[in-house]
Design a protein around this ligand. Sequence first.
Ligand code: SAM
Ligand code: DTB
Ligand code: SF4
Length: 345
Amino acid sequence: MDALTRSDSPTISDGTLRNDWTREEIASIFDLPITELLFRAATIHREYHNPDEVQLCTLLSIKTGGCAEDCGYCSQSVSANSGVKATKLMEVQQVLQRAAQAKDAGSQRFCMGAAWRNPKDRDMDTIISIVEGVRDMGMETCMTLGMLTPAQANRLAEAGLDYYNHNIDTGPDYYDRVITTRTLDDRLETLDHVRGAGINVCSGGIVGMGETRDDRVDFIGTLACLPRHPESVPVNALVPVKGTVLGDMLKDTPMAEIDDIEFVRTVAAARITMPRSMVRLSAGRESMSDSTQALCFMAGANSIFTGDKLLTAPNAGEDKDAALLKMLRMKPMRATNRQPGNAHL
Ligand code: SAM
Ligand code: DTB
Ligand code: SF4
């Protein structure tokens, strides 16, 4: 008998981490009265984290556009007609300068993204120097470069990379509607390589792409049932970009858009099922009200991207974020959240 059928109420933390969540359990978490859902998520949040703190992260696109994958949400795919110009991989010094600026602006974590299906071996020396340089500044490092071989993951681990981001993006049933050039299994394989190398796993996805509630349940369930929970779970709200399949679809079918409360429910489900993970309120904050963001923090989100740009899309900006945190009396996280890889479970 599974945890849900044992009792009428969905799970509540008993201090252990579980990876045997059933679809029914997660569906009932999503479906709780909002007061109960937020209470449960907030209770679990404070058991594992300081609920007053938010980790501030900065994103930098170190190689933009021209990506061979066809992710339907992404401005950087060659299949999109978004007007994003393709660039070469940035020089090490340029990246380190941007990391230093981010640190001065109060960011604790520097996340670097490259629009690649996978990194080429000839790019790895530059990537490694970047990881070492940012790490030497005392910032937490995260990279997202597409699929990795075990050897590439090992090199990144040796350079001291803290986290590797590789999102599963959505639930298995909706996956093919979003991306056709790679499978969910391809994604999971890279996550295995990252895990095997001892790098902390960062994996999440996007909501508001026209998927159903069931797809969102399966998206959270896929992550929460991994043998080890990702240490970091970014939850993005689709930023609809003109010229992308999903951005245009949403403009034509506003019905597909989800309401803010459904987004909050997704954050809460991530927090309840993956108590120890950082849950990152990621893309899409620019169009979210202060109150929705406050609800996300109540629901257990404990990290945001600051600065006026994500990778290619606009973001709230430091001044707005500082004002938001001040209004909410929330504090930027000070101690880095460097967890030794594979420390989980
Ligand atoms: N190429 C790498 C990859 O896909 O793993 C790294 C870069 S990619 C831009 C990182 C993540 O950003 C994607 O997996 C996706 O979840 C998110 N993302 C991209 N475009 C987005 C958009 N328009 N709205 C919300 N999230 C987006
Ligand atoms: C993630 O899940 N969200 C961030 C980070 N991981 C790399 C990226 C969001 C990108 C938003 C769209 C853009 O800027 O192009
Ligand atoms: Fe390429 Fe990543 Fe964009 Fe997909 S999300 S098109 S893999 S840059």
